[in-house]
Design a protein around this ligand. Sequence first.
Ligand code: PLP
Length: 351
Amino acid sequence: MINSGDHSELKHHFASDNYAGICSEAWQAMAEANSGLASSYGDDRWTAQACEKIREVFEKDCEVFFVFNGTAANSLALASLCQSYHSIVCHEMAHIETDECGATEFFSNGTKVLLVPGENGKIDLDAVEHTITKRSDIHYPKARALSITQATELGTLYSLDELQAIGELARKYNLRVHMDGARFANAVASMNVAPKEITWQAGVDVLTFGGTKNGFAVGEAVVFFNKELANEFDYRCKQAGQLASKMRFLTAPWIGMLDSGAWLRNAAHANSCARLLANEIKKIPQVRIMFESQANSVFLEMAPEALEALRAKGWHFYTFIGSGGARFMCSWDTRVEEVARLVADIKASVA
Ligand SMILES: *Cc1c(COP(=O)(O)O)cnc(C)c1O
């Protein structure tokens, strides 16, 4: 049966977009691929077609690979941009720094990750420039890559102008650009741009294109716009245990999701639920919205007792940002009524 929408297991969830199940388009595509035999390890027609669809989406002849999760996608992509004596610059709240258990350093054999601050989860370009120019001697790792997240970990977006400025800086210092697009679909849906505009046209060399949080069962695509950098990436995936033998079940959903437009519909729905939540919260004076909600999350600051009261009512959310800050994350299957219930409970909790 396709996701029944029965939320009884976890009634009140705004914890993460990976709490949601598999959307019908992804499920259907897997079911359709589930007939008869197919060659293994990606040598099948679904995988070929999924790569082709992704090239169409980006209007670019790019190299595409599929892995099981975002941590592998990010760290293997970054490892392919650097030697072990290089460094990668990213925001101090970047997922590769805070939530991937050092996988980037591990898979790159020790490439150093250097952190820069920046408001709203976005790297400050002056800080980047300072970090990569403050030393040029042989005793310090040589800056080689810049990693940005779109949409960011704080639910904000780099604008087109900001992305172009990042690309320019990267070119100036000969840095390669990686984009963590675990929520890339949310960015595209929110910005109403062509995917190429915020990726290769802005100077992105490789994109981690998220599927899981968008409604897939599992799987992320690694998209190399700079094809030279994809050299031997297939070996990296295999060695890291990221080459699926029944690849068709990872790749068929990409065909279904991109063909049907569900990837953008799902993202737009999640974004609009977050927007609705933010707009309702603006009417509650005791609660502060910490960052502009531009994708599918809303970060709220309220009294600790209010958060406790919400938890006691069964609401799930993360509070790992700052003191008193709570992240409410919407997904493709968030219900508008559930947003309304949350707002009502927040109102009651702060009263
Ligand atoms: C969820 C997420 C990932 C991927 O995480 P996995 O659990 O490894 O799939 C990567 N980057 C960001 C910004 C994320 O939110």
